[in-house]
Design a binder for this molecule. Sequence first.
Ligand code: F6P
Length: 546
Amino acid sequence: MELISKSKEWRHLQLHKAEIAKLHVKDLFAADNHRFDKYSIKFHDILFDYSKNLINNDTMPLLLELAKSIGLRHKIEEMFAGEKINSTENRAVLHTALRNRSDEPVYVDSENVMPQIYEVLDHMKEFVESIHNGSWLGGSGLQITDVVNIGIGGSDLGPAMVVEALSAYKVPNLNVHFVSNVDASDIQSLLNGLNPETTLFIIASKTFTTQETITNALTAKNWILKSVPKDKIENHFVALSTNEKACIDFGINPKHMFQFWDWVGGRYSLWSAIGLSIALAIGFDNFEDLLAGAYEMDLHFRETPFERNIPVIMALLGIWYANFFDLASHAVIPYDEYLKKFPDFLQQLDMESNGKYIDKNSVKIDYKTGPIVWGTIGTNSQHSFFQLIHQGTQVIPVDFIACINNHNELENHHRILLSNFIAQTEALMKGKSEAEVLAELKAQGLDDKQIKSLVPHKVFTGNRPTNTILIKKLTPSALGKLIAMYEHKVFVMGCIWNINSFDQWGVELGKQLAKEVLKDLESDEKIYSHDSSTNGLINYIKQYKK
Ligand code: F6P
């Protein structure tokens, strides 16, 4: 099969890019009063404005042609229908089934998976209630006050992000914590402040073989054993996994295990039992609202024509910049303290899904895939890296995300936050011309020599693309929509690039080598079996390790 980069649709876009490169978005705004209406979409409590992108009347139709040329509609249906689109692992991809709120069955290998999903949800609900109402007690008869989710990657980033994002919905008298890193400082500093008799650990691992998680889980077990009799420690551990046997071997009571399935990808798993920490933190009803919000976005994605389909448009704009402007990165800046972890979550979602150079036909591709996704909250980011976004030599498309209503309204904080949020997108689009800078410096009374040397530094080219995502309020339902929107964006980009967005073979080599290096670090011998750098580093560590 021909690479997408050889298609006529791709060629048309290359030619079109040459035309667009001659334009400035500020002129396109000046020429068209309706640009905002034309290039923004309202969906329930979310507004997606993409009018400040480097696009004109011809751009979206050409990008949509590209989407149609790969049979995108059919590919979307394949995912929702449980086809084994994760080809290298021969698995379906059904995070959408986890939040399916309809009566429609969803089949994997001719079996309707919805009854199993509901069964686990019921189990989660019952468990969450027993912790909240105090009927679940620790081994010494005390109520649980702290829950620690031990997991990494998808078994950490999604739940940790959601729990923080929905801080306003936190239930009283229960603290939910996250430990992910194998660095002892992570778990140690947390345990220092906890009481083992009132702490419950959730061991969250799809495979239940992840080195970091199992190491932390064993440390937690030893810590509990110091204060709780051995026959009572099962009251302090539950597991979320697809691997029942490994959970039992660890000492988890199978009744305290919450199952999910191989058709739930790690980075798409917060909707599954992996969301247990979320349900504990915000209550089961709010967890269900999160699922319901995501389901609404699923419906939008599945049913809306591509011209008005937010994830599709986001993805096509991503393709536009990555493949036709050759831009390597994409920043995401939430102007919301509670969304601080959203960029970290998106990094795994996007980069683990689409950071690949082999396509679905096992052929090496000749075009860019997954952008480098990065960012942090505004306004802090304005005072650190925004200089480069405004005047650096690389153009970086940015998604700006903010909520119209804040959970913490304190005097004029929120209006100031929003004014910065809006001003940044305007500045990146408009820039500042030489004439404007000249007039400004003259008004300040600078002499000609000073003006001449300062002007180039003060000019902003503008024409830097942004998307603006406005959420009415950060509710569980709105957050569900936001996350699902990005999940589907990543999926569409993977479809266009013809890569499998649902495997992650690129993380395996480092894991394998770490096992070898661990043996070498443990041995008393000097190591010569690697290259000279690796040997040198291992031996140097051994020399100085106390
Ligand atoms: O190393 C990458 C990865 O496999 C991720 O895809 C996954 O989310 C994470 O590790 C954790 O895996 P598990 O849930 O099996 O412990």
